[in-house]
Design a protein around this ligand. Structure first.
Ligand SMILES: [Zn+2]
Length: 337
């Protein structure tokens, strides 16, 4: 049977033979979630056969890999992860798959935001700090119970002492530029024959990211100074807040693993009323019901759906990283301007 991959491979072969280069199959690459998958696709192009584990609209915080996912990892030549403790299930999946190749942490080199300790300084509410603490302990406890691998047990042991980090670094475009540099470097090393193509793709894409960053900054500059706080489902926008100067509050912490407590929700409702926060935003990866309830109790309007931890499907408004960021800023602009 002639598969799509072999069609692509034979097309590549024709091109390579025509240019006198050595023919080869596309590099088999796995990316842990859809946003990272798009970045890898932008740089790898047709030289990469990409499998994305957590699909569009999927929640990586609570993802449960299937035997199919283990097969994809086993067959890979290169695996990309976000890191910053985003994919708690990844170590176990890699161990189960028997994969021994490189695991590239795309966020390597970003300045991580701690989620315990200095919430007050950064202007997040009190509820946020308490929530992060609770969520952290609980999540690690669960991992430890389920954990078959050593990595997770070690992690759980450290969990109660170390201060965790916010994993959602891609929500700041300058961080996405760091991801792109890491992705390009890893592809160049794994597949030197196509290094020039990866380098060129990365340069072209970085120019688009710079334009995107400027677009977001000018959109935020148009928001009134005292009208820059919005509500989302979980704390996925810390890096966006830090880079662009919006404030976000959320009933859930930096992971969706633990549900918001009634007390957290009550505090948030008080805060929305006291600060006249105008809008709450659904996230594509979380259940909308809690936010609908918060909106109806406070009179805040529902500002639409933002994409935090996953892209939309190909027909949706956030099918690529750049479209996702454009969609989100358009939603915030409509509510805050
Ligand atoms: Zn998240």
């Amino acid at each position: 049977m002639l598969t799509r991959r072999s069609l692509l491979a034979s097309a590549a072969l024709t091109v390579l033979l025509a240019t006198g280069a050595q023919a080869q199959d596309p590099l088999k690459v796995v990316a842990s979630f859809s946003i990272l998958g798009d970045l890898v696709h932008q740089i790898g192009g047709e030289h990469v056969a990409l499998t994305t584990l957590v699909p569009a609209d999927g929640d990586a915080h609570v993802f449960q890999p299937t035997p199919n996912d283990a097969q994809s990892v086993a067959a890979a030549q290169l695996v990309f992860v976000n890191g910053l403790d985003f994919e708690g299930w990844m170590d176990r999946l890699i161990e189960a798959s028997g994969y021994k190749g490189p695991v590239v942490v795309a966020s390597q080199g970003v300045d991580p935001i701690p989620f315990e300790g200095d919430e007050e300084e950064e202007g997040h509410g009190h509820a946020h700090g308490e929530h992060a603490e609770e969520g952290h302990g609980h999540a690690h406890g669960e991992h430890a119970e389920e954990g078959h691998g050593h990595a997770h047990e070690d992690h759980a042991d450290e969990g109660h002492d170390h201060h965790g980090v916010d994993p959602h670094a891609w929500q700041s475009v300058p961080n996405a530029e760091i991801y792109v540099k890491n992705i390009a470097a890893a592809l160049e090393q794994a597949d030197p024959a196509n290094a020039a193509a990866y380098k060129a793709n990365a340069e072209a894409y970085e120019a688009k990211l710079k334009a995107l960053d400027a677009e977001i900054r000018s959109a935020v500059a148009a928001f009134p100074e005292d009208h820059r706080t919005v509500v989302t489902s979980h704390d996925a926008f810390g890096y966006f807040a830090k880079t662009y100067g919006l404030n976000f509050v959320a009933p859930e912490g930096i992971s969706t693993e633990s549900e918001a407590s009634a007390q957290d929700v009550a505090k948030l409702i008080d805060q929305i009323r006291a600060e006249h926060i105008p809008a709450v935003f659904m996230e594509n990866v979380t259940d909308p019901r809690l936010l609908e309830q918060i909106a109806s109790e406070t009179g805040a309007k529902i500002g639409g759906t933002v994409y935090s931890d996953a892209l939309s499907g190909p027909e949706g408004p956030a099918a690529t990283y750049i479209d996702m960021m454009k969609n989100n800023i358009a939603m915030f602009s409509a509510a805050l301007k």
